[in-house]
Design a protein around this ligand. Structure first.
Ligand SMILES: NC(=O)c1ccc[n+]([C@@H]2O[C@H](COP(=O)([O-])OP(=O)(O)OC[C@H]3O[C@@H](n4cnc5c(N)ncnc54)[C@H](OP(=O)(O)O)[C@@H]3O)[C@@H](O)[C@H]2O)c1
Length: 332
């Protein structure tokens, strides 16, 4: 494993980070409900492969991902850098409507009282007295950024959080937070070989401040893991049924690309997942590779991406194969 500082904070994090959206189950991840035992084994696999950075959010499984992590972290909390999120909540106390799912209505609220309450709820669910990092899940124009920054800075001074970041944001949002005195350590944004545009625009904004760019979606919810994956079918509520890669013309484009990619994968004796993770890591120096994982085998394979070293010709070749089907960021 390789380790880096998280932005301007004093946290040292593994380059590969564990994403736990799927761990929370619920209708968007209807193929599997994780147990406490599985969550425990997942963290043990991360520890065995040197992964110390874990990402979750209150809304993943409406509290379930955080709860399972809290149980699995017992006795080894200090071995991990735990990042959760704030702003999306289902308390029914105002804010902007965000979505309704699994019987809950989720609102987006970045006002100070909501942020403080989010942090307190996460601390309780994860049975801990500090959060290493808290990411504003969806930046929001309705409420003053200066107030949100003040709340986050106060939580940092109080030692309840050690760093913070932004997600589902634009470079202009990062600039706004910084203008208001915010110490933004990390931005968590969609980035993959199929949707690279938003990330590329963001790298330039991150670089001068040493802000870590953390990817999600590098494997497009599994669609880049193997040629067989896009052939699967998913339930209507499953997030994966709404992704274009299982629909034309993208599906055929992806099929052809897998054929073109196969010799490169074979030459590196790695999985397709590791190939695209290595591709992503080569795009920006200060990148954190956040990958959703529920199984120890996935953790082992993901960690192996650091052993895949692609030449500049191979990097270009991999992307050229999907140039005609690349899309802008998908709103999920
Ligand atoms: N800020 C946001 O709005 C936002 C949005 C989306 C996600 N996220 C965060 O980012 C994390 C990562 O998101 P993501 O889109 O990359 O992943 P994801 O949607 O959470 O899931 C990735 C899928 O790919 C599979 N997979 C991963 N590595 C694999 C491998 N080597 N071989 C085979 N299958 C593999 C996983 O399998 P298994 O589950 O079976 O192990 C999982 O089903 C999320 O979990 C969440 O923490 C944040």
């Amino acid at each position: 494993m390789q380790y880096r500082k998280l932005g301007n904070s004093d946290l040292t994090v593994s380059v590969v980070a564990l994403g736990t959206w799927g761990l929370g189950g619920g209708s968007v991840w209807s193929d599997h409900d994780s147990t406490e035992r599985e969550a425990n084994d997942l963290l043990s696999a991360c520890r065995d492969h040197g992964i110390n950075y874990i990402d979750t959010a209150p809304v993943y499984g409406t509290g379930e991902s955080e709860r399972l992590l809290g149980e699995a972290l017992k006795g080894r909390r200090h071995d991990f850098v735990v990042q959760t999120k704030c702003s999306l909540n289902w308390r029914g106390e105002g804010g902007n409507f965000h979505y309704s799912r699994d019987g809950y209505t989720v609102n987006n609220d970045t006002r100070p009282a909501a942020i403080v309450r989010d942090v307190e709820d996460s601390l309780r669910r994860m049975q801990t007295d500090y959060l290493d990092s808290v990411v504003v899940h969806y930046v929001c124009k309705s409420f003053p950024v200066a107030d949100t920054v003040e709340a986050l800075e106060r939580l940092r001074e109080q030692g309840k959080i050690r760093a913070y970041g932004l997600s589902n944001s634009q470079p202009a949002d990062l600039a706004d937070y910084q203008r208001c005195g915010g110490h933004v350590s990390v931005v968590q944004e969609f980035f993959s070989i199929l949707s690279p545009f938003h990330g590329r625009a963001y790298f330039e904004a991150c670089a001068p401040h040493g802000t870590t760019f953390q990817t999600y979606g590098v494997l497009e919810e599994g669609f880049l893991t193997s040629p067989a994956f896009p052939e699967r079918t998913f339930g209507k509520a499953d997030i994966r049924s709404r992704i274009p890669w299982s629909q034309e013309p993208y599906r055929t484009g992806l099929r052809k690309a897998f054929e073109a990619w196969e010799p490169v994968r074979e030459a590196h004796r790695c999985s397709f997942s590791a190939l695209f993770e290595a591709w992503a890591l080569a795009q920006y120096e200060n990148m954190s590779l956040l990958v959703g994982m529920r199984r120890p085998e996935t953790v082992r394979d993901t960690a192996s991406c650091l052993d895949v070293h692609l030449s500049s010709e191979e990097l270009a070749f991999l992307e050229d194969a999907v140039k005609s089907i690349q899309v802008e960021v998908l709103d999920k």
